[in-house]
Design a protein around this ligand. Structure first.
Ligand code: GLY
Length: 392
């Protein structure tokens, strides 16, 4: 089986690695692999604390992916000898004022109705866990099973892991999908070279719809959603786990790494393909971070960056065969690309290889009964859900 994957962000990279492990000859096409959102993302693995009302299928997918992370990382690190910065120390989510606490209380009740393990904390309990929190922090939640990973280590490790299994990387832009007899049979690069394939995976984030040769409507609209992120460094202990806060209704998070880096994120801006870092975006992040953790102003400044999350019309991933035979779509992972990399790679590689798709709603280490069977869960993410005829 010859597979061409367009896009070497975490989803394309992870799928290339798994498809190669499944016996496929894989070619990855990307002028700048492991860049874009994959190099900006903070890497929170937080299906519980990122839970949004009305997104229960996404929660289930996120939990299934988080449950896979330990084995996924262990296999990758053993294969490549590279560290990924994987941490499983939970995430604390704290409230700045009474309204923020009300929001977190409502969220916890919603999380509890879904059977997700989460602990309510008083302000004092929050500070016992994270002593640098401001004295005024009202209370919070602990999601003990959430964690984080360093995407700037994960993506190169995935690339190295794929290359060890024979994945070929082509550092060029894919210009168009080659279609013959109404079937995708490869891609044409920007230098005119054609790469033939039995299957093509389109995993180009918000650029997924830009390729030539795609029949209209093949790829659901995926929009770029900008996120600005600040990287700081500490030489003394600052926070022990990922810390998210609600500050007067807006959300900020800080993700610590074992090497002292602290990633502060992230804005969420609908501005098209704009990756400028703005004074206002940075000010909002630092303002809210300082309300929660006043000592943040003492940390060393390292870097600012902005990336583009791929957001589908319902903000859920778009994964599955498209209406064009031979073309599989894997995009739209929005705020969850890093979290969803292991499960997406398993799903997409199985689809590409015509292998049985894993039961993504199957047994989990968490004590929550899966309310969806695997098929229903996959349907919630299929590209066809945006086609009127599917719903009529
Ligand atoms: N998952 C965090 C973000 O997208 O900002």
């Amino acid at each position: 089986m010859e597979i061409v994957i367009v896009g070497a962000g975490v989803i394309g990279l992870a799928t290339a690695w798994r498809a190669a492990a499944g016996g496929a000859a894989v070619t990855l096409v990307d002028p700048e692999p492991a860049s874009g959102a994959s190099s900006v993302a903070a890497g929170m693995l937080t299906p519980v604390s990122e839970l949004t009302y009305g997104e229960e299928p996404l929660l289930r997918l996120g939990l299934a992916s988080r449950d896979r992370y330990g084995a996924f990382v262990a296999e990758l690190e053993e294969l490549t000898g590279l560290e990924t910065g994987y941490r499983t120390d939970g995430i604390i989510e704290v409230a700045f004022d009474a309204d923020d606490l009300k929001y977190l209380d409502d969220l916890r009740r919603f999380q509890e109705t879904l059977g997700v393990p989460v602990e309510a904390l008083t302000g004092r309990e929050c500070r016992r866990l994270e002593p640098m929190l401001a004295p005024g922090v009202r209370g919070g939640l602990l999601a003990p099973e959430d964690g984080s990973i360093d995407p700037r280590r994960l993506a190169p490790a995935l690339l190295a892991g794929g290359e060890k299994l024979g994945v070929r990387l082509v550092r060029r832009r894919a210009a168009e999908i080659v279609v013959e007899r109404d079937t995708a049979v490869g891609v044409r690069l920007d230098d005119g070279t054609a790469l033939r394939a039995d299957r093509v995976l389109l995993a180009a984030g918000p650029w997924s719809g830009d390729l030539g040769g795609l029949p209209p409507g093949t790829v659901p609209p995926v929009r770029p959603v900008k996120g600005q992120v600040i990287r700081l460094r500490t030489r003394t202990p600052f926070i022990g786990r990922s810390t998210r806060g609600m500050v007067k209704g807006s959300s900020v998070y800080l993700v610590p790494r074992l090497d002292g880096e602290i990633v502060v994120g992230a804005t969420q801006e609908e501005l098209g393909f704009d990756t400028r870092v703005t004074a206002g975006g940075l000010w909002e992040l630092l303002r809210d971070a300082r309300e929660l953790l006043p000592g943040v102003t003492e940390l060393e400044f390292v870097e600012v960056s902005a990336g583009l999350r791929p957001g589908s019309p319902d903000n859920a991933p778009v994964m599955g065969p498209s209406a064009l035979p031979g073309l599989v779509i894997g995009t739209g992972h929005f705020r969850n690309g890093v979290l969803l990399a292991p499960i997406s790679a398993d799903i997409l590689s199985a689809m590409l290889l015509d292998a049985p798709v894993p039961d993504v709603a199957g047994p989990s280490s968490s004590p929550h009964p899966p309310p969806f069977n695997g098929r229903a869960l996959l349907d919630a993410f299929s590209p066809g859900r945006f086609s009127p005829e599917v719903h009529s």
